[in-house]
Structures are given as C-alpha cells and as structure tokens.
Design a protein around this ligand. Structure first.
Ligand code: TYD
Ligand code: MG
Length: 459
C-alpha cells in the first residue's frame, strides 16, 4: 500500500513549512526551529467532498450578505473592545500568552457572564474539575449554562460537543489535547496543527464559537500559537510582567475587526478587572520634582495612554552599561547617541538605565522626546516638574518630528492635569489646544533641553 503519510518541516517561530529539514529556517532565519510534522494525506482529502453545495458556488462580492456576521458581547468591556465589539458567532479565537499570565482566569470570568444566556463547554486539560470549581467560586462564576469537561482526547471532546450542542466552547489548552490518529505527543507541532484543524472544521460546521488557549514562553519556543496564527480567525495575546498586576490583551490578527485595539486589565484578588483609564493607573505614585522622569503619551489603537519614563544616568570610569526596560534597546541606544551629539550632553561615558513604569512597552517613536528629556534631566540632575509631558519622535540629526493624532494626545494630557507639554514645532494636524495647557514647541533636542531644563547647549 502506498505510504499515505507525508512529512514536512514546520518552523516553531514563524510557522512556515519546508519539505526538507535544515538547521536554519529558510523563511525567518531562526536556528534549530524546524520540527518534523506528519501530514496524513487521507485527512487532507477528507476536507473537500467533491460535491458543490449551493452555498459554496462562487458568488459576486456585491451579492454577499454581511448581516450573517452575528456578534455576542463577552460581558467584559476590555475583551469586547479587542475583539472588535464582541465575539463573532462561528469564529475560532486563539488566546495566547505566557503561563500564569491569566488566560484561564479571563475565559472563566467570561463564562460567568456569557453563561447566563448561552451554553458553554469549558474543556480543561490542565486543571481538574475540582480545581476549576474552586477557582470559579473564588471568581464568583455561577453561570447556569456552564459545563465543564476535564478531557484531553479530541474525539471524546467533539463527541461531547455533538451531544451537548453548546454555543461556545473553550479549550484550555491546545497543548494538552490530542488526536488519536496523530502519533506524536500532545503539544508537538503535528498534534497542535491537526487538533486545531479539526476544531476549526467543527467551528464552521456547527456555528460554534471557540476560544482556544495556547501557551507560549518568552522565546516562543513551545510548539503552538505561532504555527496556528494563520489558521484561526482571531489571535489575541495576553501580555504583562508577571510581577506587576498590569495586563494587556492585544489583537495581532482579527478577521472581524481592527488589530489596533488593546484591552487593559488589572489582576486582583478576585480576578481580572477592566482598567478603563490606564493612564491614571500608570501615573499613580509618581515622584514629584525628582530628576530623571518624564511623561510620554503613546496611542494604542484609538486610545492615548500616558506612561512615565524614568532614566538614571551615572558617570562611570568603565565602559558605560546600558539597560533598557520597556523601550527597545536599540532605540534607547540611538537616543543616547543623539543626545550626546546633537544635544551636547556627554552621556556616553555614563551608565544609562531606562525604565517604563508599570511593565508597559512603549514601541511608538512618539515616546522618544520624553525618553530623551528623562535622560537629560537625570544627567543634569534637574527635575522637569510634575506638570510636564512630552510628545515627539527624534530623528538622527536631533530634529523633533511630528506624530499622529496629536490632538487626541493633548486632550488626554490635559485631562490628567498636566499644564505644560513639549511638542514638535511642525505638526501635520491643525492644533486644538485644550484649555489650561501650555504648549512648548521645539525644533530639535538641544532646543527642547534648553526650554525645559535651562541648559545652554551648542546646537
Ligand atoms: P491563570 O489564569 O491560571 O493563568 P494562565 O491560564 O494564563 O496560565 O492565572 C494565574 C495567575 O493569576 C496566578 O499566578 C494567580 C493569579 N490570580 C490572581 O491573582 N487572582 C485571581 O483571582 C486568580 C484566579 C488568579
Ligand atoms: Mg491556565
């Protein structure tokens, strides 16, 4: 009999496939990430029946009906925001994140709210029924229609779905379920792919909404989420430092909405609570009038968020150490170089530590100016004042460049009680200045340092 199994190699980093093994992924260049995956050619054939059903005929795009997209709210406002206004019926949503970040907690809390109207099957392969129950009690989850199944065999799980016919299913986690026909161990790429494919088929056939939990570690080296990203409808990542209570839910793919929105949560004694005003939380307890701190404003999705950037610059006799937390290392190295060369502050023979409060990562260049001012303030040992914020991108010649959505940012800055804001002198939008906010337009970094720290530097 012909061999029905085909072997491909799949990269755990980027999910791409190659027919041959190699030490380095030809697609993303990562080393030692290719894993063998067996594909059953019979399973591949099972997908198409060869018969064309009326709904499957090609149709004109103008004739397609969008009213078929029905959503239901999860009852958790920040979760709904990230999903684009609730979960779409019949979609498969992957919730990824490091272990212990709060994925199970979020989904269990959702069960409590959605379970009042819809039937939910919570499949747990990680915890026992007892553990789940104890956690549910602690979280105050009492949804009448929430069913729990502690099972890892996918055939059994899908049989239960046929019998129970739930509206929503949660699989916690994809790394624990296994499909009997695939020989490899649970959590391996073959298993994860095959199981997700079967769950996806069930999702579409039965109009079921499925949330799948996937663990990743910092290196993304556990088989799973990366490989699944292209298969599922929606990929959400739960991020945050484990030692802070701040959590961010981010959409990296959403077939039914924007991927710009983030959801902000706080982990409390009684589970996750939504943070409607992240800026207030991030700025709480800020030191007043101490050198080396400045407030930046970044836009996440449609929401401006204020965050405090701190810098500590100390002279050293050795090679200067560079540490950067929450701001890209290369970006902070660039800012230090620009401050030295264009701002006239010799920071290269200093140790430099940069930190963003709250475990937040600022990856928008709009935070450049605040970072640079925090560095300058620490170097000069002069405070910027608690009523000052700064927005602007810094170019290599020290120029301060315009950023998007400036009015949005100014409104938030003013709302949180700031009185002065350093901004680029050239802005693309027409400025609407909130009342009581003094703007300090600057052209370059030397001018900015001079304006707020009184340093006379050669520009
Ligand atoms: P969990 O949802 O189990 O994480 P994941 O499913 O992503 O692995 O969350 C685990 C952490 O959350 C755990 O370290 C304890 C903390 N936690 C709270 O602080 N409060 C709570 O009410 C709950 C349920 C968990
Ligand atoms: Mg869990």
């Amino acid at each position: 009999m012909a061999n029905r199994q085909k072997t491909v190699y799949c990269c755990t980093e980027c999910g791409s496939e190659t027919p041959n093994w190699a030490g380095k992924c030809p697609s993303c260049g990562a080393w030692n990430t290719l894993q063998e995956v067996k594909i059953d050619s019979r399973a591949a054939k099972r997908v198409g029946s060869g018969r064309i059903l009326p709904a499957q005929r090609p149709r004109r795009i103008s004739e397609l009906d969008t009213s078929a997209e029905i959503r239901f709210p999860t009852g958790i406002s920040e979760f709904d925001r990230v999903l684009g206004g609730g979960a779409v019926v019949g979609s498969l949503i992957l919730v990824g994140g490091a272990p212990g970040i709060g994925k199970s907690t979020l989904l269990l809390q959702m069960c409590g709210l959605v379970g009042r109207e819809k039937s939910i099957l919570y499949v747990t392969g990680e915890e026992s029924e007892r553990q789940l129950k104890l956690r549910a009690v602690r979280l105050g989850v009492d949804g009448a229609e929430v069913y729990v199944l502690a099972e890892t065999d996918l055939d059994h799980i899908l049989a239960c779905v046929d019998e129970l016919r739930p509206d929503v299913m949660i699989i916690d986690s994809i790394q624990t379920v296994s499909d009997g026909e695939t020989a490899s161990a649970p959590g391996s790429i073959s298993q994860v792919r095959e199981c997700t494919m079967r769950i996806m088929r069930a999702t579409k056939e039965k109009g079921l909404t499925v949330f799948v939990v996937g663990h990743i570690n910092k290196e993304g080296s556990i088989a799973g989420p990366k490989v699944l990203e292209h298969m599922v409808d929606c990929v959400l990542y739960f991020e945050g430092e484990r030692n802070t209570s701040f959590r961010i839910l981010r959409a990296v793919k959403n077939r039914f909405g924007s991927t710009n929105e983030i959801g902000v949560f706080e982990m409390t004694e009684t589970g996750l609570s939504c943070v409607e005003n992240p800026s207030e939380m991030l700025l709480a307890g800020r030191p007043e009038n101490s050198p080396g701190t400045c407030v930046a404003c970044v836009v996440e999705g449609t929401r401006p968020i204020l965050a405090e950037v701190q810098a500590l610059i100390t002279p050293t006799n050795y090679n200067g150490a560079r540490r950067s937390n929450g701001i890209d290392y290369n970006r902070s190295a660039m800012l230090l170089a620009v401050i030295e060369k264009r701002g006239g502050l010799p920071v290269s023979n200093c140790d430099a530590y940069i930190n963003v409060i709250g475990g937040l990562t600022l990856d928008e260049p709009a935070a450049d100016l605040a970072t640079a001012l925090a560095i300058a303030s620490s170097y000069l040992d002069r405070p910027l004042g608690a009523d000052l914020a700064a927005i602007g991108e810094i170019g290599l010649s020290g120029e301060i460049r315009s950023v998007s959505m400036i009015n949005h940012r100014l409104t938030e800055i003013s709302r949180l009680g700031f009185r002065r804001c350093v901004i680029p002198s050239h802005v693309r939008d027409e400025l609407r200045v909130p009342e009581g906010l003094e703007l300090i337009p600057v052209r370059n970094i030397a001018e900015a340092v001079r304006a707020v720290l009184g340093k006379k530097s050669e520009s």
